[in-house]
Design a binder for this molecule. Structure first.
Ligand SMILES: Cc1cc2nc3c(=O)[nH]c(=O)nc-3n(C[C@H](O)[C@H](O)[C@H](O)COP(=O)(O)OP(=O)(O)OC[C@H]3O[C@@H](n4cnc5c(N)ncnc54)[C@H](O)[C@@H]3O)c2cc1C
Length: 473
């Protein structure tokens, strides 16, 4: 087997170690964390922006589509090709280029793994706030493209709130710089336009991010409930008291037991739900808020509120939460992670709805919520070998999303639209809204050559989510 002419030209740009072209290598890039699609024409590993420009120009000349890829942990099918194309992997552009603590910022290449940046500045008392549960694997380029969030989004916002500037390669091969590396650059906010655009407007080759100072004190509480309803009521009650915890996560009993079996994090095996609550700030304020939260949780029916006694206990609780998807992967051949948003005051109603839905479709559903944000992640267990079950999962997942929209929420909180939910966009946006977004896309990406088939509905009526699901990771 020999490389074809396009693959040979890529090898000319990157050398033979910078290009995958054999069928057996390309097959591995059919996948991300949602599903598999078609095999790409080539996978390339640039090390510089100049090489990305050359790849983009060559692909434009040959009329070949370009799909950026970070770690492939995306849950909406963003990093896989829909109809061939060249996948630009950032696995070799993973250098932290500059750490500028005086100005609380860092300049990084897109392939830097999220957690690695926090670890690089931890001993000097700083961290990068967006903390997706996949942070040990996912890249900052992927976070920017998906506008990712995490448990601490509640207090610190999502990725867009932490990006000060970008270097972007456009489909024309032109390179633009957005933002100035500090807040307050005049003109249109092109950084804001790029963040969350899921690789459809440009390929990000450099990112300037904001670093945060670690808080003086952190307290992590675990409120334990015998009734799920009481846990959901506590969420609204805490925020109604004017307390904004740094994180406010909910897990139901089914999920907890799977986590505890897998990670031995210290979660109670016999409870119906827990809230994992974190508060940060000055020592005195944190102590006071911890007391208030304990009181609210108890009033709402918590049978016990535990405090992590030290950093090890805290880390263990978070390790359990962040490995939850993996834990559920141990007990079901497949599962589908849904991602929707509702106003947090409607959590009790939503949980009741999901419970009824799971009975109606005969599916086991685990619930993990970034409850403070109203961001739901129901996990629907199934066996992909069972056709009826697979169909039911798709239908149930769609119904959950329709319910989120009906409740005044959104079709995705953080996993993006990709090719999972592009056909659902009309549930949330009017034809005029979509038309305007399409026009913006056309300004940057007029031929649709960057990440085609993502974000925008195809225009066809699509009766089902294109979900082959799930990797169980
Ligand atoms: C176990 C697990 C837990 C997760 N938890 C969370 C969570 O808590 N919060 C959350 O928000 N997400 C979560 N995710 C989803 C996922 O990790 C995030 O969306 C993450 O930001 C994707 O990063 P990545 O590097 O894997 O990107 P990929 O999956 O490789 O790509 C995602 C998208 O970004 C585009 N892209 C990648 N790099 C670039 C670039 N340099 N320029 C332009 N476009 C680019 C791709 O084309 C694609 O559209 C989770 C996923 C898993 C598997």
């Amino acid at each position: 087997m020999k490389p074809n002419p396009f693959q040979r030209e890529l090898i000319g740009i990157l050398g033979s170690f910078g290009v995958l072209w054999r069928a057996e290598d390309l097959m591995l890039y059919e996948y991300d964390a949602l599903s598999s699609q078609r095999v790409p024409d080539a996978v390339v590993f640039p090390t510089t922006t100049e090489q990305v420009v050359q790849i983009v120009k060559l692909a434009a000349q040959e009329n070949i589509q370009v799909i950026a890829r970070g770690a492939g942990t995306g849950l909406s099918g963003g990093a896989v090709v829909t109809a061939g194309g060249v996948v630009v992997s950032f696995a070799r552009m993973k250098r932290i280029l500059e750490i500028d603590l005086e100005n609380q910022r860092a300049r990084v290449q897109p392939g830097v793994v999220n957690l690695d940046l926090s670890l690089a500045v931890a001993d000097r008392g700083y961290y990068f706030a967006p903390d997706p549960s996949s942070q040990r694997a996912c890249t900052i380029g992927g976070n920017v493209a998906e506008n990712s969030g995490g448990p601490h989004t509640l207090a610190y916002g999502v990725t867009t709130n932490h990006v000060l500037g970008l270097e972007v390669v456009l489909p024309s091969g032109d390179v633009i710089a957005t933002g100035a590396g500090f807040w307050g650059r005049p003109g249109y906010d092109l950084t804001g336009v790029m963040v969350g655009s899921e690789g459809t407007l440009g390929i990000v080759t450099e990112i300037t991010v904001r670093l945060m100072r670690k808080p003086e004190a952190v307290k992590t509480l675990l409120a334990i409930y015998d009734r799920v309803l009481d846990a959901t009521r506590t969420v609204a009650a805490i925020t109604a008291r004017g307390i904004t915890p740094a994180a406010l996560e909910m897990m139901d009993g089914f999920t907890l037991r799977a986590i505890e079996d897998a990670t031995h994090a210290g979660y109670p095996m016999d409870s119906a739900a827990v809230l994992l609550i974190e508060i940060e700030g000055l020592v005195e304020a944190v102590e006071e808020e911890a007391g208030e939260i304990e009181a609210v949780a108890t009033e709402c029916g918590a049978r016990e509120v535990r405090r992590a006694k030290n950093a090890e206990e805290r880390d263990l609780l978070w390790r359990g939460r962040k490995n939850a998807f993996g834990a559920l992967g141990r007990i079901s051949p497949n599962f589908y992670v849904q991602d929707g948003v509702i106003p947090r005051t409607r959590l009790p109603e939503m949980l009741e709805y999901i419970e009824q839905l799971s009975r109606r479709y005969g599916l086991r559903v685990g619930n993990i919520f970034h409850a403070g944000d109203g961001n739901l992640h129901p996990l629907l267990m199934f066996d992909a070998r069972d056709k009826a079950q697979s169909k039911n999962v798709v239908l149930a997942a769609q119904e959950i999303i329709a319910k989120c929209v009906e409740m005044g929420g959104s079709i995705t909180g953080e996993h993006g639209v990709g090719m999972e939910k592009n056909e659902l966009m009309p549930l949330l946006f009017s034809a005029d809204d979509l038309e305007m977004m399409g026009r913006i896309k056309n300004v940057f990406n007029p031929k649709g050559s960057f990440n085609p088939g993502k974000v925008f509905p195809s225009g066809k009526v699509c009766g089902e989510l294109r979900v082959q699901v799930s990797t169980g990771n």
